[in-house]
Design a protein around this ligand. Structure first.
Ligand code: 5GP
Length: 180
């Protein structure tokens, strides 16, 4: 596999990702077997590749919608969160599964869950591709792909300044790329 020159090291290979995505899809199929419509909420832009792979492996009936969130004044550190694009439907009474790319401090997901909970869904769970091994405020992750070290990662949807999103692996970015 060819590795991009700005990459320090690959943390999760494409094969590991695909294997884990299949396991997560099976687990979700199992847990929602009795639900006639799962409302899947992908968080843009970072979750789009994970969401596409995951949902194509689901057998349960589901619909896909998106939200876009943004943090103020952030490149690689978390700030306040705002909604840039909201859902197309009210989620009251629906079974909602949020699909997110990464949990770092947990601040973003925590904020989002707070907003969605106020809309009174029938249930609300989260599926996250990677979580950093650090203090992430105990935010509830129901389905987790991988625990990763506390470094800046890119690939499989994750970016740095909108670059590197379509790399097929999750990898640590060379420090000199983001500390320039
Ligand atoms: P949190 O609010 O959990 O600290 O951060 C979550 C958001 O910060 C993510 O949705 C993502 O946009 C961004 N983020 C945090 N760590 C990383 C990282 O290592 N790589 C990338 N690409 N984004 C990150």
């Amino acid at each position: 596999m060819e590795i991009h020159p700005d990459i320090e090291r690959v943390l999760v290979t494409p094969e590991q990702i695909q294997a884990r995505v299949s396991e997560l899809a099976q687990q979700i199929d199992h847990d929602y077997a009795a639900v006639d419509r799962l409302y899947i909420v992908g968080i843009l832009k970072g979750a789009f590749i994970f969401l596409a792979d995951l949902t194509r492996q689901l057998r349960i009936p589901h619909v896909v919608d998106f939200m876009a969130l943004s943090s103020y004044g952030r490149t690689t550190t978390s700030g306040a969160v705002r909604i840039l694009m909201d859902l197309r439907e009210p989620v009251e009474g629906q079974h909602v599964l949020v699909v997110e790319d990464i949990v770092d401090t947990g601040h973003t997901l925590d904020y989002l869950l707070h907003i969605l909970n106020n809309r009174k869904p029938a249930s609300l769970r989260t599926c996250v591709l990677v979580r950093k091994e650090r203090q992430n405020n105990g935010v509830k992750v129901d389905y987790l792909g991988f625990e990763i070290p506390d470094v800046w990662v890119v690939g499989y949807g994750l970016d740095y300044a909108d670059r590197f999103r379509t790399l097929p692996y999750v990898a640590e970015l060379k420090r000199q790329v983001y500390s320039k």
